[in-house]
Design a protein around this ligand. Structure first.
Ligand SMILES: NC(=O)c1ccc[n+]([C@@H]2O[C@H](COP(=O)([O-])OP(=O)(O)OC[C@H]3O[C@@H](n4cnc5c(N)ncnc54)[C@H](O)[C@@H]3O)[C@@H](O)[C@H]2O)c1
Length: 262
C-alpha cells in the first residue's frame, strides 16, 4: 500500500470528477492536499472539509485560475508555505469544446490550450525547484486517449493532449537524475461532468437519443463497453507515487478499456 504521510499533493481541477478522486486517494494515503478548481464556494468548502474529516489530513483550497500563470505559481507557493513542500503535482484541470475546425471559436481554442496544456508547464516550472532541493517528486498529468489518437471536431483538445504527452517526456528526461518522475495517465471515457456536458450537443447535432450517444458515440471505441471510473484512474496515480513505480518515468499510461489498442 502506498504511504504518503508527510507528503503534500497539489491537484489542479480537483473540485470534481477525476481530480477530486485523486485528492481523495492521496488523502487516504496520508498526504496533505491542495485542491483547486471552479465551483460554488459552499461545494468547494464541503469537499475540502470532507477530506480533512474523512482522512485526518490537512486540505487547503487554491482558487488559482489555470489560464493565469501568476496564479498557478501562487498555488504551488500556497502548498509550500502551508505544508512545507509540494512533493506530488497532478496537472488535471481540463475543459472540452467540440466544433468543426473552420468554425472553432478562437477564444475556445485559446482557453483549451491554456487550461489543458500551458497550465501544466506553469505548475511544473513552479514546483520543480522544491522537488529538486528535496530529491524526490512525482509529476502526473491527466492526458487522455486523445493524447495518442484523434476524434473529429476536437482539434483543440487533441492538440493540447498530444502536447501534454510531449511535455511529459521532455520533463521526465530532465528530472530523472533527481528522483523525480513525470508521467501521463491517459483515460478513455470516464463518467464525469466533462463527458456529461458533451451529451446534449451531440444529441442535437447527430439527431440521437441520449442512449445512442452513450453507446454509439462515447463508448463506440471502448471495447469493454464500460466507462472507466474515477477511482480506477486515482488508483493508478497512487501507484505512480509509490516506490514500486520509481522507474516508471516519461510514460503515457493508457486506462481506456482497450480503445487505443485498436
Ligand atoms: N472524463 C473523461 O472521460 C476524461 C477522459 C480523458 C481525460 N480526461 C481529462 O481529465 C481531466 C479532468 O476532467 P474530468 O472528466 O474530471 O472533468 P470535470 O469537469 O469533472 O473536472 C475538471 C476540473 O477542472 C477544473 N477547471 C476547469 N477550468 C479551470 C480553470 N480555468 N482553472 C482551474 N480549474 C479549472 C474544474 O473546476 C474541475 O475541477 C481533464 O484534463 C480531462 O481532459 C477526462
Amino acid at each position: 500500500m502506498t504511504k504518503l504521510k508527510g507528503k503534500t499533493a497539489v491537484v489542479t481541477g480537483s473540485t470534481s470528477g477525476i481530480g477530486l478522486a485523486y485528492a481523495r486517494a492521496f488523502a487516504g494515503a496520508g498526504a496533505n492536499v491542495v485542491i483547486n478548481g471552479l465551483g460554488a464556494e459552499a461545494d468547494i468548502e464541503k469537499a475540502r472539509s470532507g477530506l480533512e474529516a474523512e482522512f485526518e489530513v490537512k486540505a487547503v483550497y487554491s482558487p488559482a485560475d489555470m489560464t493565469k500563470p501568476a496564479e498557478i505559481a501562487g498555488m504551488i507557493e500556497l502548498g509550500e508555505t502551508t505544508f512545507g513542500s509540494v512533493d506530488i503535482l497532478v496537472n488535471n484541470a481540463g475543459i472540452q469544446f467540440v466544433s468543426p475546425v473552420e468554425s472553432f471559436p478562437v477564444e475556445k481554442w485559446d482557453a483549451i490550450i491554456a487550461i489543458n496544456l500551458s497550465s501544466a508547464f506553469h505548475a511544473i516550472r513552479a514546483a520543480v525547484p522544491g522537488m529538486k532541493k528535496r530529491g524526490w517528486g512525482r509529476i502526473i498529468t491527466t492526458a487522455s486517449a486523445h493524447s495518442t489518437v484523434a476524434s473529429p471536431f476536437k482539434s483543440a483538445y487533441v492538440a493540447a493532449k498530444h502536447g501534454i504527452a510531449g511535455l511529459t517526456k521532455a520533463v521526465a528526461l530532465e528530472l530523472a537524475p533527481h528522483r523525480i518522475t513525470c508521467n501521463c495517465i491517459s483515460p478513455g471515457y470516464v463518467w464525469t461532468s466533462l463527458v456529461e456536458k458533451q451529451i446534449p450537443d451531440t444529441m442535437k447535432s447527430r439527431g440521437m437519443t441520449r442512449e445512442q450517444v452513450v453507446n454509439d458515440v462515447l463508448l463506440a471505441a471502448q471495447p469493454t463497453k464500460q466507462f472507466v471510473t474515477v477511482e480506477q484512474v486515482a488508483a493508478l496515480a497512487l501507484y505512480l507515487c509509490s516506490d514500486d513505480a520509481a522507474q516508471i518515468t516519461g510514460s503515457n499510461l493508457s486506462i481506456d478499456g482497450g480503445w487505443t489498442a485498436a
